[in-house]
Design a protein around this ligand. Structure first.
Ligand SMILES: *Cc1c(COP(=O)(O)O)cnc(C)c1O
Length: 305
């Protein structure tokens, strides 16, 4: 699968960073593919290799109608010569939104489950029903988080990245965070910005770390106050921040994940959270495909590249 061996890292220049003496760099996983969320390729990589090795001809996975994961799974499965079935939450709406239209164009078979059945998607009853309908498949969970996904995300940081004092990223299910935590140097701190509302995420990350990392690290912090009202929620402050950031840096952000992370990071910098001279690596996890649908839904003009 197409993950380039070198991912560009870009230095951010900005008056606030200068004033506070902070060195901020962005690792551009969004450039792994023009529109596929960079982290999703890492999460899918070992799953798709295993599916092939086990002789599967198709994968099946789950997601919402604007899901970055569904979008990435459609592209990655096609590249690997696997058929893909996308089980989408809710009713079909026509015309298809840009995310689903793209997935379908890449050959993904879309199947809809009403919200209550979707909630039971991990029960044997629902899974057996899907197998009866579509035949055998390699199952990838919603959001793509499992042990192989976490292994793949352990490959995001390169040796060079050990120079940074802090690594910062957005958290959805926490799979990417857990993979990065597993590959962090002992002198580094990991900062995760939750894109979901609620403090459940602290326990969730603890569980993931205990389950998937040999000696669970404690050099991390989760910020849970930058969700802007919850998953997928936004306001004008966030949208304006994303637009300003683009004007200053040429780096597009998405309003679901990376925009909230960067907003939170700048808020911390502004509040003096970091010592002068601190080197921070912010991971751009991608998600820009979602900006097309977001702009259509909300009448915004967020940039894509
Ligand atoms: C899915 C996604 C995340 C969250 O990844 P998790 O592994 O679920 O925490 C972050 N950023 C973007 C752009 C994503 O698409």
């Amino acid at each position: 699968m197409l993950i380039p061996s070198h991912i560009p890292t870009q230095k951010i220049e900005n008056p606030l960073l200068l004033e506070k003496g902070i060195h901020l760099f962005v690792k551009r996983l969004d450039l792994v593919h023009p529109l596929v969320s960079g982290n999703k390729f890492y999460k899918l990589k070992h799953n798709l290799i295993k599916a092939k090795e086990e002789g599967h001809s198709q994968i099946l996975t789950f997601g919402g109608a604007y899901s970055n994961h569904i979008y990435a799974a459609a592209v990655a499965a096609k590249e690997m010569g696997l058929k893909a079935i996308g089980i989408i939450r809710g009713e079909e709406t026509l015309p298809l939104n840009p995310t689903l239209a793209f997935a379908k164009e890449k050959g993904m078979l879309l199947h809809y489950l009403n919200r209550s059945t979707y909630r039971s998607k991990n029960t044997t009853e629902v899974l057996e029903g899907l197998a009866a309908q579509f035949g055998h498949f390699y199952l990838i969970p919603e959001g793509g988080t499992n042990a192989l996904a976490i292994q793949g995300c352990g490959e995001i940081l390169s040796l060079d990245d050990a120079q940074f004092d802090f690594v910062s990223l957005s958290i959805g299910t926490g799979g990417t965070f857990t993979g990065i935590a597993s590959s962090l140097a002992a002198n580094q701190q990991l900062l995760g910005f939750s894109s979901l509302k609620g403090n459940f995420i602290h326990q969730e990350i603890l569980d993931l770390l205990q389950q998937h990392v040999n000696s669970p690290p404690s050099n991390y912090q989760i910020l849970d106050q930058y969700h802007f009202g919850g998953y997928g929620k936004h306001n004008k402050i966030l949208v304006d921040f994303i637009k300003d950031f683009y004007l200053q840096t040429g780096i597009p952000l998405d309003p679901i994940y990376t925009g909230k992370m960067m907003f939170g990071l700048f808020d911390l910098i502004n509040k003096g959270f970091f010592e002068r001279g601190t080197k921070i690596l912010a991971i751009h996890t991608g998600g820009l495909q979602g900006n097309i649908g977001f702009n259509q839904q909300h009448g915004t003009d967020l940039d894509l590249s």
